[in-house]
Structures are given as C-alpha cells and as structure tokens.
Design a protein around this ligand. Structure first.
Ligand code: OOG
Length: 247
C-alpha cells in the first residue's frame, strides 16, 4: 500500500524547503495510477493554500526530452496561477531549475472532448517552462516524475497570436544572448496540436475539463538547460515573437 497523502507531503515540503529528496520509488511501490493520485493530492495541498488551477502541462512529448531524462511515455501535470513567472524569477527559491522552450495554447472555451480541443483554442504563443525536480540530481522513474507534477515549477508565455498551424515552427532558447537550444515544434509529437489533444484526453480521463482561460503547455521541443542566477533568458518562436525572463 502506498500512503498517497504522505508521499504528496514529502514532495510539497521539498519544494517549499528548497531541498531535494530521494526518489519515492526507492522506498514506495509506486505505479503510474498511484503516482497520479500523489500528484492530485499535491495539487490539493496547493489549493488549500489558495492556489488555483490555471492549465495543463505535457511532458516527454519530444524525443530530446525522453532521451535526456531516460523515460518513454507522455505525462501531464497541472499548472496553477502562482506558477506563472513574473519578469524576474528568484532562483534561490528553486532547487536546481532548468528552462525549456514551449508552445503555449490559450483555451477559449470548455473542452468536453479531445476532438474539441483545437477548435477551443483562442490563442497561441511561444512560452517557456522552468522545471525543478524535487528529486536529488533530477533522478527519477516515470511514476516518480508523475507524482512530482511532472517537475513543474514556473512558466511563462509571450503575446497571444491567432491560432495557426504550428506543425513546424522554429524555437530558439537563448541565455545571455547566446543560443542554448534550438529546435522545431515538429519535435513535439510531430505537431504540438497532438499534444494539445492528448492534454484534453488525459485531463478528461481524470475528470478535469480544460477551462476557458487555461493554458496548455505542449511540452518541450528541445532538452532543458540549467537556469543559472543572474541570467537573461529569451525564447523566440518563428512568427510568434519572444518571451523573456531574468533571474
Ligand atoms: C520532466 C518534465 C518534462 C517536458 O516538456 O518534456 C517536460 C523533467 O524533465 O523533469 O516538462
């Protein structure tokens, strides 16, 4: 038996104390369904502190990320209002942050089936995600990272644009003006729209409908890079402009 509440608290404390913990599967027989239960319980702790769900993030939707992290299945997690990064991020509140370029979707109306996902999109933008695994050395198995809300920490996005074909948009991540990662949105399941539909399907499977105003992050197109202190990060998407953040 897995003590879902206790495991959720371990990860929640780790994030709040800015202290990495060993992976849960080292001591608990955590499978994927139990891991999502831990993720939900962690969200409930945040909700009780006044955080509100603000969207869904997809993970391991690209080969580059699967290879980087050594896992091979798509996962999802929830974003909250408090995870939205301001223009400046205090990295001392994070354990070992990494940043990756993203495609962001703005949901315009409730999505009641995966088939409705694309037509419900009100805008698209270039975005970024700041990951911060609560596990020591970013080392985890699939259930571990699911329990840890897919390493979600902070996110941001640029100006919203009218929905468009994003099956092959160039993405560039620069740190202090130097290219750190470059890729194409095609790396995201062949087309980030596929990831959007998967987000709707997975969330609906858990009884959660994508809501108006929610954000869906389709998953990184490249590997993630360490986010240092005193850094200036810019992510640019072809035809989508840029989004910047300073640490
Ligand atoms: C897990 C999160 C992966 C992505 O875009 O693939 C992810 C991790 O790498 O720590 O968000």
């Amino acid at each position: 038996m897995v003590d879902v509440q206790a495991l959720a608290r371990i990860l929640d404390d780790a994030a709040r104390d800015v202290r990495a913990v060993p992976k849960l599967t080292g001591t608990a027989p955590l499978d994927v369904p139990a891991a999502y239960a831990v993720q939900r319980a962690g969200m409930e702790l945040r909700r009780r502190r006044g955080e509100r769900a603000a969207g869904v993030k997809m993970g391991f939707t690209s080969r580059a990320k699967m290879v980087q992290m050594g896992v091979d299945d798509v996962i999802w997690g929830l974003l909250t209002d408090r995870m939205l990064a301001g223009p400046t991020v205090d990295v001392s509140r994070l354990i070992h942050p990494r940043v990756e370029p993203e495609i962001a979707y703005l949901i315009g109306r409730e999505v009641r089936s995966p088939a409705e996902a694309e037509s419900a999109v009100a805008g698209v933008a270039v975005g970024f995600e700041i990951l911060d695994s609560r596990y020591r050395d970013f080392e985890f198995t699939l259930p571990d990272v699911i329990a840890d809300n897919a390493s979600a920490a902070l996110y941001g996005y640029g100006t919203w644009h009218a929905p468009r074909d994003l099956s092959n948009a160039g993405l560039l991540l620069e740190i202090d003006g130097r290219p750190a990662q470059a890729g194409s949105s095609a790396a995201i399941l062949g087309d980030p729209a596929r990831s959007l539909r998967a987000a709707a399907r997975l969330a609906l499977g858990a009884g959660i409908a994508l809501e108006p105003g929610w954000i869906v992050l389709a998953g990184a197109a490249t590997a993630a890079v360490p986010l240092p202190k005193d850094a200036h990060v810019r992510v640019t998407g072809a035809g989508l402009g840029s989004v910047e953040v300073t640490t």
